[in-house]
Design a protein around this ligand. Sequence first.
Ligand code: NAD
Ligand code: ADE
Length: 410
Amino acid sequence: MPGDPDLGEQKIRWAESRMAVLAGVRERFARERPFAGLTISAVLHIEAKTAVLARTLRAGGARVLLAAGNPLSTDDDVVAALNRGGIETRARKGESTEEYRAAVVAMLDADPEVIIDDGADLVALAHTARPDRGKIRGSTEETTTGVTRLRALEREGQLRFPAIDVNDAEMKHLFDNRFGCGQSVLDGLFGATNLLIAGKVAVVAGYGWSGMGIASRLRGLGAEVVVTEVDPVRAIEARLEGFRVVPMLDAVRSADLIVTATGNRDIVRAEHFRVMKSGCLLANAGHFDIEISKPDLEGLAVARRVVRPGVEEFTFADGRTVCLLAEGRLINLATGQGHPVEIMDLSFSLQALSAELIALHGRELAPTVHAVPRAIDRAVAEAALAPLGAAIDVATPAQRKYAQSWKEGT
Ligand code: NAD
Ligand code: ADE
């Protein structure tokens, strides 16, 4: 069913009214028009905050095209509002894999100078479907999994244009992955199930930036949180935060809820399903829907049925059941509303400023993965202080001199 553009506009305006850092960027872009005459193609989760980013880029003079970052992460009302306002958006919640791929191809066919990616699907397509770089000046990447894919291209000497790693900027992963996932994964769980968190045994797979946020917020709501890891340092960090850390094969026996956030595959698989506690809820926060093995689940189940929107129950031969949420896709965007507005204000301000860097200087940059310049990271942090209710001290001249003397080793 097509979305309602008026409702979409309302959602966008609400987000826009609370995205103070991006508002500052937009005002400057409107004056300076850094994207005049340029096309920006973006593959992003299309919801209200993404629309605010798209309008910010357009204020800077760009023709902006959007495709979805995931078949289930689209808000159709927002798509309708964007299309009405002239931002070409090709996405539909629940679109098929073919529709998803065709939309990504359309982003490339628009011959963009700048690419904004979340997961590196558009960059990957640009590398396989185009023999040369075309007009592309470079790309920016939003998420951990996308950066992993870019680094693989770079290692193999295949990367053909510069790519800015937005994910690893301090003002991104410290807040988006951690506090963003912490809140929005719970939003997704609530949306899908309407069940109580308190008193449940919740297993979080992966104690990286996203996993630590999710574990912390689940504990805050009264769950008994267990962590699984493959990295001994991350495992000890989780342990010293007070979480039990055990192998997945042990954890599944008492789990009421499992959330995967690893960026890896087959974290929950056949050997786990065979001994999993009946009734267990399975959710994924990682980028791809491969963390909970759907082929294994489908192979072992003797029956399956949708029990409410976003919840599918699988029954095993011995009568046990488990519930897969949101088809194992990003729970926070599929059955939740994505990260909180104030968090996406930070991430998307970094995206807008990194896109500007590519537009203005992409042709001079080496075809490698580049960090977000420290000046951009700091500028976003400084602009975010007041909106987030913080104010800092200014070092005195004597303090600056003292700190400097240590840096210089005098
Ligand atoms: P990260 O690298 O900080 O953490 C991943 C952790 O998973 C690491 O500690 C790693 O050791 C662990 N891990 C890997 N394989 C494992 C296994 N087999 N069992 C247990 N633990 C394992 O990455 P991150 O930034 O937390 O991102 C994780 C995933 O979430 C990525 O796919 C990323 O793209 C995605 N992500 C999603 C959202 C969202 O909105 N849903 C937001 C940010 C990141
Ligand atoms: N909303 C838009 N993009 C998002 C992302 N990458 N993660 C969470 N929420 C989002």
